[in-house]
Design a protein around this ligand. Structure first.
Ligand code: ZN
Length: 274
């Protein structure tokens, strides 16, 4: 019999700041008449731009795949452009693969039991402070700028402009939240919890890799640099969920950035609380 027990949840909360313009594309269906060629994604109710959790999570996973030299074995799309990703399809590979254990895999016949996804990354909305500040500035579109780029024919030098809508630099999104669950599988012995806690460093590593890369479109042309700031790391144990009156939420670390959290000795605090 397969079983899975939640041992606790680790939370990273903070804010995301853009240090360059940011373009996370909306769908064509959101195009307004008179809008730009390439709009950003917006909350359909407030029309404010936001950062989807799926964009953060997807980029972290792809950067970790490259960092850890994962085999790009699965085709998401075979046509052009082809899209290949990594997903372990053998149990032995999965058990030594931090990416698949953290981000999850689709169930396949080879893998037997369904494997849990440990990581949740929530959408990050524009902060009220940024919204108020941008409302006072005369931006091209509500809360965004329109950046015109020019493609140049290499022989005739004819220039073709194209427009790209971006959230300006120095916008803040938040609070954002990352939730990482700790599990013991099939009543594994207590020793397995060390490895389980170690998996969380993969999440912080992915966040740090993301800060040194970009999110959204036009990254190689200057867009999409973000930093995570004002971070707080907390833990709720299984005992907390059973009895929140007598067991408190544990504050593990606070830091200006991801590196500070990675350097904090949160592992032993979690272990003592389980
Ligand atoms: Zn894997």
């Amino acid at each position: 019999m397969a079983s899975i027990q939640l041992q606790g949840k680790i939370f990273v909360r903070g804010e995301i700041k853009t240090t360059t313009g940011l373009h996370i594309g909306g769908s064509a269906g959101e195009l307004d008449i008179g809008g730009v060629d390439n709009p950003v994604i917006r909350n359909p109710l407030t029309r404010e731009p936001y950062i989807p959790g799926s964009s953060l999570r997807g980029k972290m996973r792809s950067l970790l795949d490259r960092h850890l030299n994962r085999d790009l074995n699965k085709f998401i799309r075979r046509g052009r452009p082809q899209v290949r990703v990594h997903e372990c399809d053998q149990l032995a590979d999965y058990q030594s693969c931090p990416v698949c254990q953290v981000f999850g895999i689709a169930p396949t016949a080879n893998m037997g039991d369904t494997m849990p996804t440990r990581l949740i990354v929530r959408d990050a909305l524009l902060t009220a402070a940024t919204r108020d500040r941008f409302a006072e500035i005369d931006t091209d579109m509500p809360y965004t700028e329109v950046k015109t780029e020019v493609a140049i024919d290499r022989i005739t030098s004819a220039a073709t402009p194209r427009q790209n809508e971006r959230v300006p630099a120095d916008a803040t999104f938040g609070p954002f939240e990352v939730v990482h669950s700790l599990y013991t599988l099939n009543s594994a012995p207590a020793e397995s919890i060390d490895r389980e806690i170690d998996l969380f460093d993969t999440v912080l590593k992915g966040m740090e890799l993301l800060e040194d890369d970009y999110i959204g479109g036009s990254g190689s042309r200057g867009s999409g640099k973000i930093v995570f700031c004002d971070l707080e790391l907390t833990f709720k144990s299984r005992k907390y969920y059973e009895n929140p009156q007598s067991v408190s939420v544990i504050s593990l670390a606070q830091g200006a950035g991801v590196a500070a959290l990675r350097g904090a000795n949160y592992q032993s605090q979690i272990k003592a609380a389980i």
